[in-house]
Design a protein. Structure first.
Length: 339
């Protein structure tokens, strides 16, 4: 059985496990306050983003990051804007709403938020009889594998700044976005155009962990208090620091993401040669081919994957995800199974 279910089915890259083992019996200051690893990881991330004054915090998982960042940024009457497919809208069990903040979503055919969508929501919320939009949430890549261009992110940044909105980029799969053949963004671009974003480790070869990068100092005020209150502060915080230190010391973060996208590229090209249609135009590590129910039933005997959407009475889109650990033989096997 080969798994294309997600990009976090394996443990962690051997270099990360090696670094954890080498420091296993060394005593550290807790809660992310150690300078040996968390401090060095922060410096490496600041260098990567070109923002020497950025605040960097380490949390365990993406949902914790999203609810903590959003709850920290918004006052009780304020809300966050996102695409209807956004992770905070459909895959976090109402975590953001549980903090008391409404999620304002609009449908998007490609999973991306546009300035026109933001303006539509602003126009529909003109006064104190409804929630006040204050933050825009996007993810790169999106839930359907698409990604933002630099021009698109610049346009979002402009409308957010013109209207006093915070721009928050979910980077759970940022590695896949930055190593995609369609990418024209750098980590520094993202840092210059957003107020806050995070770098995903869980879905790119870390054992666990995400790095929150805050450029807007308003959002960093008392942020550690918010992390603790929302259950996101790890007592053994150096375990996160060690991982991100390893990810950004010699380019391992990009190396692993490049492998995932290379495997996805091979899979996508193989599917295209077979005349397969796709649910979305993705060139990242998430692909959404459309197959007949009969083909899906046959594939499911030897491969694991998720169903994305029913297209008609006899066809569905499935999600195939590659990771840092996907073997080329797995890609060859699923393509051969379609012959």
């Amino acid at each position: 059985m080969y798994s294309f279910t997600n990009d976090y089915s394996e443990g962690a890259h051997p270099q990360i496990l090696k670094a954890l083992m080498e420091t296993n019996l060394i005593q550290h200051t807790g809660y992310g306050m150690d300078e040996d690893h968390c401090g060095r990881a922060r410096d490496l991330i600041r260098k990567e983003t070109g923002r020497e004054n950025a605040a960097v915090h380490f949390l365990v998982g993406g949902t914790q990051v999203n609810l903590t960042v959003i709850a920290a940024a918004l006052r009780p009457h304020e809300a966050v804007i996102c695409a209807s497919t956004g992770h905070i809208n459909v895959h976090e069990t109402g975590a953001v709403e549980a903090t008391g903040h409404k999620v304002l979503s609009l449908p998007s055919p490609d999973g991306k938020v546009t300035p026109a969508m933001i303006q539509e929501i602003l126009d529909a919320h003109p006064d104190e009889h409804m929630v006040k939009p204050k933050m825009v949430y996007i993810s790169n890549t999106t839930e359907i594998g698409t990604q933002y261009t630099k021009a698109e992110l610049e346009a979002l940044s402009r409308i957010c700044r013109a209207n006093g909105l915070f721009l928050f980029l979910d980077g759970a799969r940022l590695g896949a976005a930055l190593t995609s053949s369609a990418n024209d963004l750098t980590m520094a671009d993202i840092a210059s155009l957003t107020d806050v974003f995070y770098i995903g480790g869980t879905k790119n070869g870390a054992l666990f962990g995400e790095a929150v990068v805050i450029m807007n100092p308003v959002l960093d005020e008392d942020f550690r208090y918010m992390i603790k209150q929302r259950g996101g502060m790890l007592a053994k915080g150096w375990l996160l620091g060690i991982q991100f230190e390893t990810l950004f010391t010699d380019g391992l973060f990009y190396e692993m993401a490049s492998h995932a996208t290379a495997m996805a590229d091979k899979l996508r090209k193989g599917l295209e040669k077979k005349g397969v249609s796709f649910y979305s135009r993705s060139v990242s590590n998430q692909l959404f081919p459309i197959f007949s129910d009969e083909t899906i039933a046959r594939l499911s005997k030897d491969f694991s994957f998720n169903i994305q959407a029913r297209m008609d009475e006899s066809h569905q889109a499935i999600r195939l995800v590659t990771s840092w650990a996907t073997k080329e033989e797995a890609v060859d096997a699923i393509l051969a199974a379609l012959d």
